[in-house]
Write a new protein. Structure first.
Length: 276
């Protein structure tokens, strides 16, 4: 089923928000750019859509690569938006569909993906599932997967491979999308509260990791600058820590075959923890 929407318009973005989109297939399968919970945040409007430089380049070079495909492989690809006749939750914004050839195309622009296809003849998993999603929605007989990049002379080069529908992969996708919907897209207060809590903790944890990495880098720089001498400047102290040798009582007892008397064993305990 064709959807009368132009890609990259506000109306198209709003339509995508409520659909299972092909570009999100890798995410729900756990091999995409976003974790599934991050995708849920995006679909609920709590987080911006992730876009790296390769994605931006892909949009810029997509028309040129589509012209190249049509000319060199004798297709008539045109970009369209489609919705599955089998399950209207599934949508795909195709880089190209040739109705007469019953063929679709997916276009990427990435040095890493170019190398992947050239050396292995298949796309990486995140894009493979995206294409299987597209084949399910469009019911096309095959997809021409094309990847462009700029060579050392800054000339546009492309490599292609052919992908056929894979029933097993499509069933895996359907199951993953259903599980994703059940876990993340139920519009109830408790679920939304968990999502907000997870979002805030995830963001703060990412900030903490960045700060810890930066602090470790600066401390290493201070130690290097101190050049093996204790220093104190503007509230910053660089000093040497000497650790005395400590006996390994547990290792000694195990080595000697001793059983530790119960009065010297700490009682069991439990506590709750949160992993982000």
């Amino acid at each position: 089923m064709f959807i009368n929407l132009e890609q990259n318009t506000p109306e198209w973005l709003e339509y995508r928000r409520t659909k299972f989109n092909a570009s999100e297939a890798g995410d729900v399968m756990g091999v995409g750019f976003n974790k599934p919970y991050v995708l849920a945040q995006i679909k609920k409007g709590q987080k911006a859509v992730f876009e790296n430089q390769a994605m931006k380049n892909g949009k810029n070079y997509e028309p040129d690569l589509r012209v190249w495909l049509n000319k060199t492989m004798h297709y008539d690809f045109i970009p369209v938006v489609m919705q599955s006749d089998d399950d209207p939750r599934f949508s795909a914004s195709l880089d190209g569909l040739d109705i007469m050839a019953d063929t679709i195309c997916e276009i990427k622009f990435s040095d890493a993906e170019y190398k992947q296809v050239k050396e292995c003849g298949v796309p990486s998993k995140k894009y493979y599932y995206q294409v299987q999603h597209q084949l399910y929605v469009s019911e096309a007989k095959k997809c021409i997967f094309a990847v462009g990049h700029l060579n050392d002379d800054f000339e546009l080069e492309a490599v292609t491979c052919e992908i056929l529908p894979n029933k097993k992969a499509i069933n895996e996708l359907k199951n993953a999308w259903n599980a994703f919907e059940a876990q993340y897209l139920q519009d109830d207060e408790a679920n939304n509260e968990w999502l907000e809590l997870a979002s805030e903790l995830s963001e703060l944890n990412a900030q903490k990791s960045e700060l810890e990495a930066k602090i470790a880098e600066l401390k290493a720089k201070a130690i290097e600058k101190a050049d093996g001498r204790e220093q104190a400047h503007f509230g910053l102290s660089v000093y040497k820590i000497n650790r005395k040798a400590q006996p390994d009582y547990k290792g000694y007892c195990e080595h000697m075959g001793y059983d530790v008397p119960s009065e010297f064993i700490r009682p069991e305990s439990s506590s709750w923890a949160v992993r982000v």
